[in-house]
Every structure is written in C-alpha cells, then in structure tokens.
Design a protein around this ligand. Sequence first.
Ligand code: PPS
Length: 566
Amino acid sequence: MMNKSNAPLISLIADDDRKKLLKELSFSLPDLLLNERQMCDLELLSTGVFSPLDRFMNRSDYESVLDRMRLQNDVLWPIPIGLDITAIQAQSLEVGQSVTLRDPEGFLLAVMHIEEMWPMEKDKEAQQIYGTTDLAHPGVAYLFQKTGDFYIGGPLEVLSPPLHFDFKALRMTPHEVRAIYQKLKWQRVVGFQTRHPIHRPQFEMTLRVMRQARANLLLMPIVGMTRAGDFNHYIRVRCLKQIGHHYPPDSHVLNLLPLAMRMAGPREALLHAIIAHNFGCTHFIVGHDHAGAGKKTDGQFFYPPDAACRATQDYSEELGVHIVPLQEMVYLPFEDEFRFSDEIEEGSQTIAMSGTDIRQRISRGKRIPSWMTFPEVRSELRKAFPPPRRRGFTIFMTGLSGAGKSTIARVLYAKFLEKGDRPVSLLDGDIVRRNLSSKLTFSKEDRDINVRRIGFVASEITKNRGIAICAPIAPYELTRNEIREVIEQYGGFFEVYIATPLETCEKRDRKGMYAKARAGLIKGFTGVDDPYEIPSNPEAIVDTTDITPDEAAQQILVVLGQMGYI
Ligand code: PPS
C-alpha cells in the first residue's frame, strides 16, 4: 500500500496572473454560494491541510471512499469531501462547465471546473461513513437535512481561501507551521486536536505525552464546525492562549484548524491523523470516543469508546504518524496531583471531571474547582458565561391559535419591564407577521421561514443579554429544535408548550378564524386541516383552560426562577 508520508503538500491557490484571468472569467460564470461546511472544506483543500486531496471528490473517489475507505489510487482516505448542490442547481449546471465558488456575501473564492455530477446515495453514505442512518447522529442529520441531493466534482483554482478576521496570526497553513518547526529545529511533534478548552487534566496529559514521546506539541483547536453545545471558538481559543505560558518556552505551537467536523468517530479520527501528518506531526493523540457522535436514539453510544483509537492504530504505519491513545487523567486530592487512571493504586481517593461536567457547571452558574482548571481559563469562561441571572434568554411559546400565547406573552413582557434588569422584546406571532414576514403565507415552507426569522431575532437579543418573548404557533418540532440549538449557544432557551386543547381554542375563537377554517374559507389552518407537532421536551407545559393569564405567566416565571435566570 502506498505510504504517503513523503507526499508533497497541495496548494490550490492560483498565481497572480491566473487570478487576474479567473476574475475576468468569473463575470460570465454561474455562481455557487458556499455554506459553512463547504467553506471549511474549501479552505482545507486549498491550503493543503487535506493533502493529497486536491479537489472536491469525483464520483470514482467518492464511491471508493465509501466502499474501501481509500481514494481510487489506493491512498487511505476516510471521509467524502464532496461539493453538494440542490436538485434545482443540478438542473441549471452542466458537466464541462466552470462555476464560481463564493462565500455567503458573494466574495469570489474559487473557480471550479465541473468534471462530474451525480446523485448522492445518502443511505449508503450514512451507513458506510457513520455506521448508522439514525438522525440522532449529527453527521447523519446534516446529511439528510442540510445536504443537497447531487455532488459535483472537479479541479479547483483558488483565488482566495475564505476570509477570517479573528486570530489571524494563529491561522497558519501546513507549510507555515512546518517552517516554524524548522526554525525551532523540532524533529518530533505530537499533534493534539480539540474542540474544548484545555483544563489542568488535559494540560498534564499533553505534558506527559510530550515527555514520553520526546516531542514538542502542536495544539490544533478545531474552529470550523463542531458539535452543538460546544463553546464557540472565540472562547476556546482565548482559553488556549491563556494556558500557553504554562508550557515550557518554545515547546508548543497553537494553530487554528478550520475543520467542519462530521462526528464520524473512527473514520473521522483517521482524517484527523492525516491532517496532523500534513502539519508535520510525528505523533497524534487520539482521545476516548474521539470525534464521537454521542448517543443513539436507543441510548447506546454510536461508537465504542476505543473504536477511534483502534482504527487509527491499525493504520498508524500507513498514516506515517505514531498514535498516542489518550487515557483518562484523574486527580488525587490528597497528593494534589494528576495521574493516568491506570496508574492509580487501589483504594486511592480520586476525582475526575469531564469537559461536559465543566460545561454544565458553567451554564448553571456553578463554581469550577481550582484543582480542575487554571485561574486564567476560569476567568475567561466566567467572562463568557456569566451566571444565568446576568445572561440573556428566550421564552419560546408554541401552541395552537387561540391557546393564549399572546396574552401570556403580554403579561410576561409587563412583568419583566416592571423588574427592569434586562431589555425585553416581544416577538408575538401577529407582530412578526406584520413587520418581518408580511409577504409569507401559511405553507410549511413559509411557516418555517417565519419561525426561523423569529429565532434569528431572538438569538440576537439573547446574545446581547436581553429577554426575547416569542409567541408564534411554530407547529414544527424540527424548526423549533433548530432555533433552540442556535439560541442555547448564547443564553437560555425556554420552550413553553401552551397546551390548551383544540376544543377550548375553538370555543374561544376570538378572531373567528376557526369558524372560517371549518367553513372552508381559510385553508391549511393549524389544528383544523394543518398539523401541529406537540413539543417532545419543553421546559414547561401550560394549559390555559382553567387558569388566568397571570397564573399561566406565574408558572413560567417559576421555571425561570428555578433555573436561576430571574
Ligand atoms: S406560524 O405557523 O408560526 O408561522 O404562525 P404565526 O406566525 O404564529 O401566525 C399565526 C396567526 O395567524 C393567523 N392565521 C393562521 N394561523 C394558522 N394557520 C393558518 N392557516 C392561519 N391563517 C391566519 C392566526 O390567527 C394566528 O394567530 P394567533 O395569534 O396564533 O391566534
């Protein structure tokens, strides 16, 4: 099998003359606006992080990766890197044509020469890459819900990798990173990729690995797309910068990795090892449940905890990287030191705290013990996550027309204004329809657009530490969950199901809409001839049949109080 350890790094950036020509050519070409994942993939292709891959995959490579985890030329490659397009885009594009690839603002990034176009096999891709078609897997959900239905493949000429304005000095290409090793005369480098801040156990772990491997360290925080619920990359990178001076001088390099994770467990760990190799690492740390996807719908983990380690170790020679399995580090309070869990004598008192434990403590406004993290990291996290009482939040009321959402929203609005400790905005269904969504209908697509708009505004309010009170029908669970995912990055999200039954709503019929719907004068009315999906996991359920609006609002305020938000 081909050993690619000496393969040259790819660069797809066109030279200046070619850029000029491409720019002129671009005016006559159709445009494709790339999404976040595609932008990450393009960046890693163009700067050689995905070497030896030099393009969005063609069909033969794609199929070969699915079937054999190798490119057509036998080089180990675990994950398809394809450029997906929608069926509508596929109709307007042809093989042999060139297209411009632009960022969401329309900035020209690259020209792609389409060599092939083919329909995706989503079931097969899900099964082969993720080992499941369960939508609880974030990679599978992305594939089925956010990916187009066709792939296009072909060579790329890059004018500019995607623009970044943050942490610019920490965004180096593999060439640039390797040049630093040369300057510092490093021969052995251990790579550590992480989507978390580094706390003391991880710090101690990296130091030990550096000592054992007699290697320096390349820290690669993943700043592309990670898992929902992770800290955003600004926070994580600030934390990593803070711990830099705890390492011995000139013993580590911090470099951001704009990778869009797929959470594909073992296959993804292999991709990470390839990336580490391209960054000149001789060693690579593979963690417990590395790039894992959490739990399946049936509560079992998608991947056994050691699957990623085993997979990467099996290919270690071919990868040209020595795999270092990451063991759990535990704290011995009596000795005031960290040890690997398999070095602990029987009967010793130990404490372990996972990254998830820390995240939960922070989001609940609890203290992080000092043995667990460095004071600088703790204060960065505190700055980013003030206690709930000082954070923004969204109350997202959903329910049938006439369930009482607007009235409760008005009561809550008045109470928060009376309290006066945060700015408050009311995004009632009617208000939004008048001001933000006046042209939208009540089709499924338009309702989703309407609800996403509300979610967007609410997320901005929450981010800026205000209170957003939303009261649309929002009949679809998936859309509501999408909004939750966005808002929870910034503050609290309280889904309140206003569960007043249809009969009561219809009996109230304050706007006469139900009567019109029953008479067939309004089509597609929620609850009458259009669906309403009951929330499966709301923070509160309120039935207004026998209670006053004040009592209903009170029930919601109690939940907010219990969670520390008021
Ligand atoms: S959605 O589904 O979230 O986009 O709906 P929303 O923006 O909250 O708008 C609901 C209000 O619009 C009136 N209306 C309808 N509702 C449901 N289905 C149909 N077809 C429809 N047509 C008009 C209705 O009076 C809702 O007002 P509320 O305040 O909820 O009673």
